[in-house]
Design a protein around this ligand. Structure first.
Ligand SMILES: [Ca+2]
Ligand SMILES: [Ca+2]
Length: 247
């Protein structure tokens, strides 16, 4: 205890004297602690409670002020966001920007040699496959060059899973047997045909109508890129769509 907090006081105790005894006095030193305020235990408790009460009130006021600031900030932010122009509803990107975006992100299409190819893994008849290609803004693939055949064959080696797996291409002799035409109406160039050995054979074992549509098969060791086979048009196979690549 610090010296400044202590008051020394002389207290005089008087012992009751008998008749015979002269009054005597006992002196005793009493050390009393001086407190600034309050001066009694009850007052000390009251003061402590009052202090806690004041601190509690101050804390409440500070919390209320902080909540108030938070609410005002949130309202201000909401007003600012609502006042910003809504790009999605009030304007759209220019057409040229839109086209560029579609070209870059069009899913499933692969660009090669100025064309885009879609290798559809949905299996359907030759006619339904062609319709799906048309719905995608394209048609079944027409093979115009040896290089294009080489590209497609390399892609099919990645995509075909079993020897029975195959993709429809846009070649048919459904109009006249043995006269092969591409879907754009052009006749097949014999110098650019890639029939597998023994094909086309118009085999009637699967369909009495024979085989009028052409598929590309998986040929692990195809000779000179030969991988075409005429097949029943009703068989459900995967297909290759082609369209000019958008610039
Ligand atoms: Ca045929
Ligand atoms: Ca055949």
């Amino acid at each position: 205890m610090a010296e400044a907090d202590v008051t020394y006081s002389d207290v005089k105790f008087t012992r009751q004297s008998t008749k015979d005894e002269a009054p005597s006095v006992v002196y005793s030193d009493v050390k009393m602690s001086r407190t600034k305020h309050p001066v009694c235990p009850k007052c000390a408790i009251d003061a402590q409670q009052a202090g806690q009460c004041i601190r509690s009130k101050v804390t409440t006021v500070v919390l209320l002020v902080l909540i108030g600031i938070l609410v005002v900030t949130v309202i201000a932010l909401a007003v600012k966001i609502n006042s910003r122009p809504k790009m999605n509803t009030t304007s759209s990107p220019p057409p040229e920007v839109k086209n560029l975006t579609c070209l870059k992100c069009e899913p499933g299409w692969e660009k090669h040699g100025g064309n885009s190819y879609y290798f559809s893994t949905t299996e359907s008849s030759w006619t339904d496959s062609r319709r799906s290609c048309i719905d995608r803004g394209s048609d079944l693939v027409k093979i115009d060059s040896r290089e294009e055949q080489m590209f497609l064959e390399s892609k099919l080696k990645e995509k075909l899973k079993t020897p029975l797996d195959a993709f429809w291409i846009g070649l048919t002799d459904s109009q006249a047997e043995g006269r092969w035409f591409w879907v754009d109406g052009s006749p097949l160039d014999p110098r650019l045909s890639f029939w597998s050995d023994g094909e086309p054979n118009n085999w009637a074992g699967q369909n009495p109508a024979g085989e009028d549509c052409v598929r590309m098969e998986k040929k692990e060791n195809s000779v000179d890129l030969k991988s075409w086979d005429d097949h029943s048009c009703h068989v459900q196979l995967k297909s290759i769509c082609e369209k000019p690549a958008e610039m």
